[in-house]
Design a protein. Sequence first.
Length: 225
Amino acid sequence: MKTSLFSTSPPTTPQGAHISLKTFLAAGAFSFAAVSFYKIQFEEKVTSMSKTVKTTGKALVGGDWTMVDITTGELVTNETVLEDGHFSLLYFGFAKCPDICPSELVKVGKVLDTMKKKHKHIKITPVFVTVDPARDSIKQLKLYGKDFHPDIKFVTGTPEMVKKMTKKYRVYVSKADEEDDGDYLVDHSIVLYFGGKKGEFLDFFSQSMKPSDICNKIVEQTEKY
């Protein structure tokens, strides 16, 4: 049953519903304290997980995957997509993304150029992984890829293939409501995943990180590899 948000009748106050200012402020203070408590709990949990990852050296992120390379039309895996001796740099997005994906891919290009200039010995294969297989066909991604760094590889696949890969990398993906013309956006995690020479997960870089910060982290990870 739907209720109207607007009414022509004057508002009424149910019997016994009067709340004093003191009670209201107390309730507000309690709510703020509760939110703060759970936020601290969450941050402590994340910190604890991070320490565990550093201790064991194995994060519950990444794994084997199979997708379709748009250049060859052939199946590739987390290992075969890489050139010999290359590290991987993955980004999950979609071709119709209006601003975030293009911005992140430009950032990837800057990282690649900086690494080639200052750290030539570190080879990287960047891979764009679609989260919108229904629209990101081989043809669509070939057109899309022309606007970005030529070294970036693009992969697509069936909905099931994409679902498996995004699950392995803990990528959040949610299709927004379709518009009248059938168009839609896709909400997704905005993260770069750095991997080893077999595609295994090593580190991740958030949207807020600058290209120079990412390069420094890459150098740090490769020195430990």
